[in-house]
Unconditional design. Structure first.
Length: 319
């Protein structure tokens, strides 16, 4: 008769008792986490108390605790504001277009990177593709304005190849803005986004590939039957996070602020710029706080619905 690995007295009990939590090893570990918890409380949760100014009329002279209580007056004004609905349409539209292209691209790129056999070449490609992520959007926007100028390189190449007879005003025509923003995100974030999926693929046991090759599976079948199932849960988690960020749109504000102008206003005016315009430019702090509270509530609701749907359909969820 084999001896059990742990006797009844040696088996750990769950949940961990208070005495075990206060033991020296556990206390050291919990103290290591304490700075991160304090930082989260100070910078993430404590500022949320300031959202009560959404229901007041405050200014710099009265401070956030002064001012008259106005209830839902700001919210009513926001929902009656045509600029808010224009910003909502542009933000959601740009985010959906980017979600279609910039979410699929890192997955495909990670699958291609995994098939590269030369480790040195693989590292070179991964390094080059990741570098744009670290460029500030100010630099990216400046390069974009230079290259897409009517007298810039892009128009010069298009006219030289007889694709167009006259320069295209990319920044002066609103119809180009969403596509341009998607292309910039595609170039800037594909390499960085592929890191998560590539890490998930590299965790697959190599014996599975060997068994598949013995059965006659080629590269495409290995990708379809091994790699994609291995990263399915990662894809769902990243998709939930991206859909939850639909109303904020990630880089939408940067592009709206740096590349937007009076000519492409109908496509470049986003919710991020809407809150900036009302809060810092017009100094309507309570109004901007109310707008941001609406956006945050919509984002949280969308995140919860997406997470619940993913759990029901695929079993992969965040919480």
């Amino acid at each position: 008769m084999t001896k059990p690995l742990l006797s009844t007295a040696e088996k750990p009990t769950f949940p961990i008792s208070l005495r075990d939590r206060l033991s020296k090893p556990q206390l050291v570990l919990q103290l290591m986490v304490l700075p991160a918890v304090l930082a989260m409380l100070i910078f993430n949760f404590l500022p949320m108390l300031g959202m009560f100014i959404s229901f007041k009329e405050t200014d710099l002279t009265n401070g956030i605790f002064g001012g008259q209580w106005v209830g839902f007056e700001h919210f009513q004004e926001i929902f009656e504001d045509d600029r808010f609905w224009l910003a909502m349409k542009n933000t959601v539209g740009m985010s959906i277009v980017k979600l279609v292209f910039t979410f699929i691209a890192p997955i495909l790129f990670a699958l291609v990177m995994n098939e590269i056999r030369s480790s040195s070449y693989k590292k070179l490609v991964q390094t080059i593709s990741t570098l744009p992520h670290f460029l500030s959007y100010v630099i990216v926007a400046t390069l974009c304005l230079i290259f897409l100028d009517p007298q810039g390189m892009v128009n010069h190449v298009l006219m030289s190849l007889h694709v167009t007879k006259e320069p295209i005003g990319f920044m002066a025509d609103a119809k180009w803005f969403w596509g341009l923003g998607s292309m910039l995100d595609l170039w800037k974030e594909t390499g960085w986004g592929a890191i998560v999926f590539l890490a998930a693929i590299t965790g697959v046991n190599s014996e599975i590939y060997e068994a598949a090759k013995i059965d006659g599976a080629g590269r495409l079948r290995c990708i379809w039957h091994i790699n994609l199932p291995a990263i399915r849960s990662t894809i769902m988690v990243m998709l939930i996070l991206n859909i939850g960020n639909l109303f904020y749109g990630g880089s939408n504000f940067d592009q709206s602020y740096l590349l937007g102008n009076m000519f492409n206003y109908d496509r470049s005016y986003t919710l991020g710029y809407y809150t900036l315009d009302n809060g810092l430019i017009q100094m309507r702090y309570s109004f901007a706080a109310a707008a941001d509270l609406i956006i945050s509530t919509l984002s949280l609701t969308l995140l919860l619905v997406t997470n619940w749907t993913a759990k029901k359909i695929n079993g992969s969820n965040i919480f």
